[in-house]
Design a protein around this ligand. Structure first.
Ligand SMILES: N[C@@H](CCC(=O)N[C@@H](CS)C(=O)NCC(=O)O)C(=O)O
Length: 223
C-alpha cells in the first residue's frame, strides 16, 4: 500500500507544501496528485468533498484512511516513520508548539504575505501587524536554533516536521524581501538549499496558472 498526497498549485498552496516536504525530505515513497486551486477539477474533486472531507487540500490517502489536514497528516506520518519529530522530549514539545502556533496563527502574515514561490516583490515596509508576526516567527526560529539546534542546521538540528511547517514562511520572506536576523538568514539559506525545497520551487516556476487574487499586485497595486 502506498500513500497518495493530493496537493494544490505548488506556487500558491502553502498548506500542501508542508506534508509534501515531510515525505520528500524523509525519502518516504508517495504518489502526488496535483489539482489546481480554482479549477473545475478542484470544484469537482475537492470542494465537492468527494476526495476531501473539508473541501481543502492537502489530503493524504493511505488505503482506506483519508487524512485531510496538514498537521494531522504530519502526525499520521510521524506515527509510522521514525525521526520526523525531534528525538528529545523537550525539543519535541517545543517543535509541536511552534507547529501548532503556525497552524492556528500568524493571520496577518498569511493574509498580507501570501506564498507565491516564483515571484519577487520586495516590500519597502511591513504593516505593523505583519511586522509583529514576522518578529514572532524569528524569535521562534532563534529559540529553536539556540536551545535545540546544535545537532544540525535545521530548527531542531536534523530536519523535522517543524522545518516543513516553516518552509512556506521561508518562501514568503524570499518573495517579499523580508529582512531576517542573522540566525533567520542563515536558516533561510539552509532551507532554500534543501533539494526538496529546490524541487518544489522548480515545479512552482514551471506552473503556468496565475491566480490573480494571490498575486501581490492585487494586495499592493501594480508597480
Ligand atoms: N488547516 C488546513 C488548511 C488547508 C487549506 O486552507 N488549504 C487551501 C489551499 S493552501 C485550500 O484548499 N483552499 C481551497 C479553498 O478554500 O477552496 C490544513 O492545515 O491543511
Amino acid at each position: 500500500m502506498s500513500y497518495t498526497l493530493i496537493i494544490g498549485n505548488k506556487n500558491y498552496s502553502s498548506w500542501s507544501l508542508r506534508p509534501w516536504l515531510v515525505l520528500r525530505a524523509a525519502g518516504i515513497a508517495f504518489d502526488e496528485t496535483l489539482i489546481a486551486l480554482h479549477s473545475e477539477e478542484f470544484d469537482a474533486e475537492i470542494r465537492s468533498r468527494k476526495r476531501s472531507p473539508n473541501g481543502r487540500v492537502p489530503v493524504l490517502i493511505d488505503g482506506a484512511t483519508t487524512v485531510w489536514d496538514s498537521l494531522a497528516i504530519c502526525e499520521y506520518l510521524a506515527e509510522r516513520h521514525a525521526g520526523l519529530w525531534p528525538d528529545a522530549a523537550a525539543a519535541r514539545a517545543h517543535a509541536r508548539c511552534a507547529c501548532a502556533e503556525m497552524h492556528s496563527g500568524f493571520g496577518a502574515m498569511r493574509q498580507w504575505l501570501p506564498m507565491n514561490v516564483r515571484r519577487r516583490y520586495p516590500l519597502a515596509a511591513l504593516r505593523s501587524d505583519v511586522a509583529a508576526d514576522v518578529g514572532r516567527v524569528q524569535s521562534l526560529w532563534a529559540e529553536a536554533r539556540e536551545r535545540f539546534g546544535a545537532g544540525g542546521p535545521y530548527l531542531y538540528g536534523a530536519f523535522s516536521i517543524a522545518d516543513a511547517y516553516f518552509a512556506p514562511v521561508v518562501f514568503r520572506f524570499q518573495t517579499y524581501g523580508v529582512a531576517a536576523s542573522a540566525i533567520g538568514a542563515q536558516y533561510m539559506a539552509t532551507m532554500l538549499a534543501h533539494p526538496a525545497m529546490q524541487q518544489w520551487a522548480a515545479d512552482a516556476q514551471a506552473e503556468r496558472m496565475v491566480v490573480a487574487d494571490e498575486e501581490p499586485e492585487t494586495l499592493y497595486g501594480a508597480r
